[in-house]
Design a protein around this ligand. Structure first.
Ligand code: UDP
Ligand code: MG
Length: 303
């Protein structure tokens, strides 16, 4: 098989505590891949305010790839977009920095790629070390999303995935400002495989996905992948109205008001989304890019 380059894309936001262990695991992985793969690391420093930027710059000095520093925190999904844009490989793997996703699984993902799949998703067999709240809300949300979505989506997958170059090119062509990567790979519809893994607790530090960030991601997912929300809301409201119209108790009025508020919110947020689109602001701003070791002149062995 011809030698190819895999870009490992890692968004990092204040991850100084996990970086030493991450670096060790990445180096070990690089060794295991050496026979078939050139490896480059593309770290996206999403406006970290701890020692993350310096640690990343120091690591990349001795490795191929680069560190893309944002001017401030723009969020995980924006960091992934920059990762895809700045990566120069033939295959692209996105993985979290906190070792919840085991880097060693990339070996299995690349095997699937060699079998001819364009998309390989790491599917969570179990999630360990996450709060009951996080696990249950995620489960309910993904079931709901799948129920209302226009296209079927594989559940229990996050942003730990491999994509081929043609998938990357299609993704970067998309003009939508808020990209919900997890859904977009299903939208594109290339041959997809999954590999199973157990999601571990964070190696160190704390989650940076606040409730606000989670809700925002959920909104982008629903708006982007379902046309059924208006019919669902209208249908439900209609039913509530016909069953409660004769009994205007306080709670009935509260439910009616909740629906009114929800509809106003829905319309306003869609208007704001359109307004944002008109403004055309970028999803992130790059402060600087630190290039790693110059790609060594590799003499490709015939295979
Ligand atoms: N992350 C980021 N920007 C953010 C939040 C998170 O780049 O605003 C990164 C973070 O450093 C990690 C990945 O995205 O590599 C996933 O974040 P986290 O582990 O905090 O989320 P969780 O696993 O709890 O959903
Ligand atoms: Mg995490």
């Amino acid at each position: 098989m011809a030698r190819e380059r895999v870009s490992i894309i890692i968004p990092c936001f204040n991850e100084k505590q996990v970086l030493p262990e991450l670096f060790e695991r990445l180096k070990a992985l690089e060794k295991k891949l050496k026979k078939r793969w050139d490896v480059e690391f593309v770290f996206v420093d999403d406006g970290s305010t701890d020692d993350t930027p310096a640690l990343l710059d120091n690591f990349i000095k001795d490795h191929e790839g680069r560190v893309v520093h944002f001017t401030r925190n723009f969020g995980h999904q924006a960091a992934l977009e920059a990762g895809y844009l700045y990566a120069k490989g033939d295959v692209f793997v996105t993985i979290d920095a906190d070792l919840q996703d085991p880097p060693e699984l990339i070996l299995d993902m690349l095997k699937k790629y060699d079998e001819g799949y364009d998309v390989v998703l790491a599917k969570r067999r179990r999630r360990r070390g996450e709060t009951f709240f996080k696990k249950s809300t995620a489960k309910i949300f993904y079931k709901f999303l799948n129920f209302i979505a226009n296209i079927p989506m594989i559940e229990e997958v996050g942003d730990f995935r491999l994509i081929s170059e043609r998938v990357r090119d299609e993704l970067l062509k998309l003009r939508e400002p808020h990209k919900y990567w997890r859904g977009l790979v299903f939208f594109l519809g290339f041959p997809t495989a999954t590999v199973l893994y157990t999601r571990r607790p964070r190696a160190a530090g704390e989650t940076h996905y606040s409730l606000k960030k989670m809700l925002n991601l959920a909104r982008i997912a629903v708006f982007g992948f379902s046309d059924k929300v208006p019919s669902l809301v209208a249908g439900l409201f209609f039913l509530v109205k016909i069953f409660t119209i004769d009994s205007p108790t306080k709670w009935v009025l509260v439910v009616h008001a909740a629906f009114d508020v929800f509809v106003v919110w829905l319309i306003l947020s869609l208007l704001f989304s359109i307004y944002r689109l008109l403004l055309g602001r970028p999803n992130y701003v790059v402060l600087r890019v630190v290039e790693g070791k110059q790609g060594a002149l590799v003499v490709y062995s015939k295979s």
